[in-house]
Design a protein around this ligand. Structure first.
Ligand code: ADP
Length: 619
């Protein structure tokens, strides 16, 4: 009893059952509808088999006209009713299928959107997400495999039950006819052939499953390389660097490997299947002989020969299929484990409850507040190197801080920590003397309008991109776009704020340049109107005139806000109250432009190096 309980518990906790329960919760009608559909889709042949046997037996026996008419009517009307039900169920199943797909996809996306940011960026978790989607979309492993196998199992269960019922009828009749030693011999032979057949099936399945995995891996590699070669975006480089030959060579190599694995797979499958077919035909012959002999002995009418031989064949077939199904489910379990492990990722970030004081949230706070990094060090998850080391900096809310330094010196990481996309590995970040982890997370995020270097816009209408929402305050959006230097382009847009960006969802969508995209991203930050305005190389993609215009209106843009500004253009940092110079993860200098230029150090080195190229402009 205890052993049974343990087994049941393990079964209940099995990843496949967990996944099925999860999908059932997402769309409760899916599996019951599919079970009903499996029944009605497969009922008709058995129904016809049973009644046509009755009709033939009647024709060869009593020939009672009334009974014959009734039998024919039942067969025709019964099949009609089954077919109508079947159609209705089929439509309902298709609908449930769409619902389940949508809800499951939404659940997956929701999980991704609510992951701690550090998990979202983590290479391991990105790899896990990619593996899950690739295996599902390309190889059909994971979710699709389990669902289709379970539905297949339902169909086989229907075959099994119906053919078992018909076979039982046959065995009752045999029993009534009387026991004979050769009938027993037949049964033993039949059972032995069944057992051999099912054993060979499971061996064959095991043998080819590793090759099927190889095919799957090859498909993924092929797809990854094809996905990586974006002919549209790489078109210029491919032509200018004459890379077409190289790409075709890589592709050919992949295709050759893929063809070779496929060839091996199908040869092996053929060799495996050949004895299975032979035994299958042998069993079928045995069954026919057995049923026909009993018919000769008067156990049943000639019309029942097809009925019983078919039902025994189906019974054995469904048992063999259960082995197939079991092996498919077992082979797929590791993909389901991967799938569930994604949903199981915990949110580890400590979420405080202290409300963010409202002064921060309105323009022109009274500037009594300060942000402080206290001995902050940070390592990216899985990385040995510190991206930031012993950062100590304090700045007044309402002031302007410029962050400068060479590539990889830790500027963006500093911003990510300030916005609490990551928590420090060591040290504390304080806002007004309180560790930022203690603030309500959603409210804390509201404090920041950030334009990251690698910002992304969506293929949505311009207004929605600026508002980052479906509801758009048109006046505010237009004002933000104007401040960001986008007003002229807005006037040219066919549907104004309603104009779709890019052509993914709308063929009338507009393509925008990198500079225009940066202006829209800036407008999005302005629209949000947060008290902290953080700009990471906000003018990198802008032409000199647009850059000049942005600087001109910068006072207006950051008025009353705390501005943190990352730029390689040191000249553009001069208007900041304070400059922090980063070098290899540390702050090596702080001060104003004038004080930093007056002393030996990193800032002066960078400034002198740049000034050579901007002599006219800067000096
Ligand atoms: P900067 O903005 O000054 O160019 P970053 O803050 O982007 O520099 O990067 C600082 C260091 O952290 C670099 O060595 C970079 O390779 C590393 N780094 C940045 N992002 C990640 C990440 N997601 N995972 C691991 N290391 C990262």
């Amino acid at each position: 009893m205890k052993q049974f309980k343990e087994k049941f518990e393990a079964y209940r906790k099995s990843p496949n059952i967990r996944a099925l329960k999860m999908w059932h919760d997402l769309c409760p009608q899916y599996f019951p509808l599919n079970a009903a559909d499996a029944l009605f889709q497969n009922l008709s042949p058995y129904f016809t088999l049973w009644f046509s046997a009755e009709i033939i037996n009647e024709l060869l026996g009593q020939r009672d006209r009334m009974r014959l008419i009734v039998l024919v009517l039942i067969t025709v009307l019964g099949n009609l009713a089954i077919s109508v039900f079947s159609q209705i169920l089929n439509r309902a199943c298709n609908h449930a299928n769409v619902l389940l797909n949508q809800r499951e996809e939404a659940a997956f996306v929701r999980k991704t959107l609510t992951l701690d940011y550090q998990d979202l960026e983590s290479p391991d978790i990105r790899q896990l997400r990619r593996k899950i989607t690739e295996n599902e979309r390309i190889n059909g492993y994971g979710r699709n495999q389990l669902i289709s196998t379970v539905c297949w199992g339902m169909e086989e269960m229907v075959h099994f039950i119906l053919s078992l019922l018909l076979s039982m009828e046959m065995f009752v009749k045999i029993f009534r006819t009387g026991f004979s030693i050769w009938a027993l011999g037949f049964c033993v032979l039949l059972v032995a052939a069944f057992a051999l057949h099912t054993f060979l099936i499971s061996v064959a399945l095991q043998k080819i499953s590793s090759l099927a995995d190889d095919i799957g891996q090859n498909m993924l590699d092929k797809n990854r390389v094809e996905g990586g070669i974006d002919v549209y975006n790489m078109g210029k480089d491919i032509r200018l660097y004459r890379q077409a030959g190289l790409i075709l060579k890589i592709k050919r190599k992949l295709y050759d490997a893929y063809t070779e694995v496929n060839r091996k797979f199908y040869t092996k499958q053929y060799l495996n299947d050949a004895p299975l077919f032979a035994i299958g035909y042998f069993i079928e012959g045995l069954v026919y002989a057995f049923v026909a002999l009993y018919s000769l002995m008067g156990a049943w009418g000639i019309g029942s020969i097809v009925k019983y031989s078919r039902s025994i064949k189906n019974l054995w077939n469904s048992v063999a299929m259960f082995f197939n199904i079991k092996s498919y489910i077992e082979g797929n379990t590791r993909f389901i484990e991967e799938y569930l492990s994604y949903f199981d990722l915990p949110n580890r970030m400590y979420l405080g409850k202290i409300p963010v004081e409202k002064q921060f949230l309105c323009d022109g706070g009274d500037n009594e507040y300060e942000m402080e990094f206290q001995n902050v060090s940070f390592r990216y998850p899985g990385s040995e190197e510190y991206a930031l080391k012993n950062i100590n900096i304090k700045f007044q809310v309402g002031s302007r801080l410029a962050v400068v330094g060479q590539n990889g010196s830790g500027k963006t990481t500093f911003i990510k920590l300030m916005c609490r996309l990551y928590d420090p590995t060591e040290g504390e970040i304080l806002l007004n003397g309180v560790n930022i982890q203690k603030y309500d997370y959603a409210e804390y995020l509201q404090l920041f309008s950030v334009v990251f270097q690698d910002f992304r816009l969506f293929s949505f209408p311009l207004g929605q991109n600026v508002a980052a929402s479906e509801t758009v305050d048109s006046d505010l959006a237009k004002r933000a776009l104007e401040q960001a230097g986008f007003s002229q382009r807005l006037k040219e847009m066919p549907a104004g704020l309603e104009t779709c960006l890019y052509k993914d969802f709308d063929e009338n969508g507009v393509e925008i340049s990198g500079g225009e995209a940066q202006k829209i991203a800036l407008a999005r930050a302005l629209y949000k109107g947060s008290p902290f305005m953080i700009l990471d190389e906000p003018t990198a993609a802008l032409d000199p005139i647009a850059e000049f215009e942005i600087y001109q209106s910068f006072d207006n843009i950051v008025k009353g806000k705390t501005a943190v500004y990352i730029s390689h253009r040191l000249s553009s940092c001069r208007f900041c109250d304070r400059i922090a110079v980063f070098d290899r993860g540390r702050i090596v200098q702080t001060g104003t432009h004038e004080t930093l230029c007056g002393v030996e150090g990193k800032y002066r080195d960078l400034w002198t190096a740049q000034a050579q190229y901007y002599v006219g402009e800067e000096q």
